[in-house]
Write a protein that binds this ligand. Structure first.
Ligand SMILES: [Cu+2]
Length: 503
């Protein structure tokens, strides 16, 4: 059965009541007991426990729709939330309830996933698993408590829609935040192809057709002044090995290309908190600020032991908060596409002066480069010490021809759900058997790296390496667990953490 018809079958077979059937798709390692589906009482009970009686109700509207965007020197037809990409900033305090009315004006079904939040399962936005897709022209109301402060984002969990302009930032503020900074900037990174001659769906079809050099016809496209010639071997990084499958014509910061970058303004001497979000689909970014060092304070929303660095590597789906104390002048903020040709640019301005050129080269990018997996948890967010109740291996496999990515040898939804029981301490071992990095993302939980405790929901697993993470099974439901390379996830590299009872 084709991927599409399997998915159609899944959707047909599983209304929200039919979730128990999901486990029946697995032919080995069949889970036991009954799946705790999104409509289960345990999901409502977990939500009631996290609700803050003094919390506010914060409301918003999102309208996914076709739109024409100016990326800075180039106009594209794409899909976005409203008429900008990134979409509207959503902001609330921890413990508040967020209610978002989605009005789907796209010519396709969609969904909204609240990336990184440990929210109620029935609001997680994964069609076929936690809800039915929001059909074209239909509406859906999301409503949930935001439990933990931090930098998050929202995007569709439908096909490769994320690789269009459908993304936006969600900031959950800490009412007790010491606020040791003078200003705050949000910096969203993205790799862009939509409206430049191919849609993301066409890119996916080309990858699946195989034998196509994804860089080949980029030669004819505007904005390709990098002279990129050659095949897949070009997309290699000393830090990541295989760095991606797609060479994009544009790399954006806050929706702008380097030919007409956005400006971030402050006063000399001010300490700025920068919230980085990588909304890219196939690109890790190496970020730095010219003439400055950054101090990393948070990873995926959660505080870490602060670390100064020249540059920071951000995988797809990862978020980092850093602080920078600004000198006087004009400085480039560069997001270099790791292992690829091209970069995103924003201009930091604390005084008058000439802007940097679009292809400015930063020496900080070849200085000390920090990865999220090297960070340590702040004491306040360390998991307590306790024995592991359950272990799961997730062996990451796949290849380019045919284009297919797997967990434990299977493609979603034809997978073996990873069973767990509420209250357990669970260890996940990601074993990467490929020559490419995979930013692995777990929904509904913020795991802890066993090496140093850093709390994350998305972590880079480098080629031919193993990464162990622990999580507390305290959020019942069915949770997607997948690579945040959206082309890998869409062609199979996804499974579920499946809470079960009576097993
Ligand atoms: Cu991957």
């Amino acid at each position: 059965m084709s991927e599409i018809s399997r998915r159609a079958a899944l959707r047909g077979a599983t209304g929200l009541a039919g979730l128990a059937a999901l486990g029946g798709l697995a032919s080995c390692s069949r889970p036991t007991g009954t799946a705790v589906g999104p409509a289960n009482d345990a999901v409502a009970a977990a939500e009631a426990a996290r609700r803050n009686p003094g919390g506010r109700l914060v409301t918003a509207r999102l309208t996914p729709q076709p739109v024409t965007l100016d990326l800075g020197g180039r106009t594209v037809n794409t899909w976005a939330y409203g008429d900008t990409a990134p979409g509207p900033l959503l902001r609330l305090d921890a413990g508040d309830v967020l209610r978002v009315d989605v009005d789907n004006q796209l010519p396709a079904a969609t969904s909204v996933h609240w990336h990184g939040l440990a929210l109620r399962n029935d609001m997680d936005g994964v069609p076929g698993l936690t809800q039915d897709p929001i059909a074209a022209g239909e509406k859906f109301r999301y409503e949930f408590t935001a439990p933990d402060p931090g930098t998050y984002f929202y995007h569709p969990h439908s096909g490769v829609q994320l690789d269009r302009g459908l993304y936006g930032v969600l900031v959950v503020d800490d009412p007790d935040e010491p606020g040791r900074y003078d200003a705050e900037w949000i910096v969203v990174l993205d790799d862009w192809v939509d409206g430049t001659g191919r849609t993301p769906d066409e890119v996916l079809a080309e990858l699946q057709a195989g034998g196509h050099d994804p860089m080949g016809d980029m030669q004819d496209m505007e904005g390709m002044d990098h002279g990129s010639m050659g095949g897949m071997e070009a997309m290699q990084s000393p830090l990541l090995g295989g760095a991606g499958d797609i060479s994009y014509p544009h790399y954006l910061i806050n929706g702008r290309s380097p030919t007409d970058p956005g400006t971030l303004s402050a006063k000399p001497g001010e300490r700025v908190r920068v919230r980085f979000v990588n909304a890219g689909s196939d690109t890790a970014f190496r970020v730095a600020v010219g003439g400055h060092r950054m101090t990393v304070t948070h990873s995926d929303g959660f505080p870490v032991v602060p670390v100064p660095t020249d540059a920071l590597l951000i995988g797809m789906g990862e978020r980092f908060d850093v602080t920078v104390t600004l000198a006087e002048g004009v400085f480039p903020l560069v997001a270099s596409a790791e292992g690829k040709q091209g970069q995103g640019l924003a201009v930091i301005r604390t005084a008058a002066g000439r802007p940097p050129s679009p292809d400015v080269k930063l020496q900080e990018l070849s200085g000390q480069v920090l990865l999220g997996t090297a960070l340590s948890a702040a004491e306040s967010v360390r998991l307590d010490q306790r024995p592991t109740d359950r272990n799961h291996d997730l062996v990451l496999g796949g290849h380019m021809a045919p284009y297919r990515w797997t967990i434990n040898g299977r493609t979603f939804p034809d997978t073996d759900p990873l069973q767990l029981t509420q209250g357990e301490r669970v260890r996940l071992r990601f074993v990467n058997h490929t020559m490419m990095f995979h930013p692995m993302h777990v929904h509904g939980h913020t795991f802890a790296l066993t090496k140093n405790g850093a709390r994350k929901d998305t972590a880079i697993v480098r080629p031919m390496t193993t990464l162990d993470v622990d999580l507390d099974a305290n959020n019942p439901g069915q949770w997607a667990t997948h690579c945040h390379n959206i082309y890998h996830a869409e062609t199979g590299m996804m499974t579920t953490l499946s809470y079960r009872t009576g097993g």
